[in-house]
Design a protein around this ligand. Structure first.
Ligand code: FES
Length: 137
């Protein structure tokens, strides 16, 4: 055994095999990676830490959670929108484009509003009508 590994990397049955170099087109630019990497992994390794902006504030977005929960890493892959870059394995020849007009996480449209919350003028139930006629469900 070598180094701090309990299983030597060469004998690790679940160690990812290196499938070789791949090339993606990212916003018209060629970016190289290794087979087996996620799209986010390829982008981060290429030094790109953000690849879209939030629809309301225009702030940069890239990987936040890295586990498929936050949807901050959305990209368009081969014309398919709403792909989480942290969950999609990169494939040689993939064409990646920005998705700056992505909806907010949870499916809310990227329309401007006043922030919601108590006292807000944002659309919502009138005071005392939180659960409609049938009461709480
Ligand atoms: S970084 Fe959170 S879903 Fe991809």
């Amino acid at each position: 055994m070598t180094g701090p590994y309990r299983i030597a990397p060469a004998r690790d049955p679940v160690a990812p095999a290196d499938g070789g170099a791949i090339a993606l087109t990212v916003d018209g630019e060629t970016v190289t990676g290794r087979a087996g990497q996620t799209i986010a992994g390829v982008l981060l390794a290429a030094g790109r830490v953000s690849w879209r902006t939030s629809p309301r504030s225009g702030r940069p977005r890239g990987v936040f959670c890295g586990i498929g929960v936050c949807f901050d890493c959305l990209v368009v892959v081969n014309g398919l929108r709403d792909v989480r870059a942290c969950q999609r394995r990169a494939t040689d020849g993939d064409v990646i484009t920005r998705q700056d007009d992505a909806d907010e996480p949870g499916g809310h449209a990227a329309a401007p509003h006043d922030g919601g919350g108590p006292g807000s003028s944002a659309a919502g139930p009138a005071s005392g009508e939180q659960f409609g006629a049938g009461g709480a469900r």
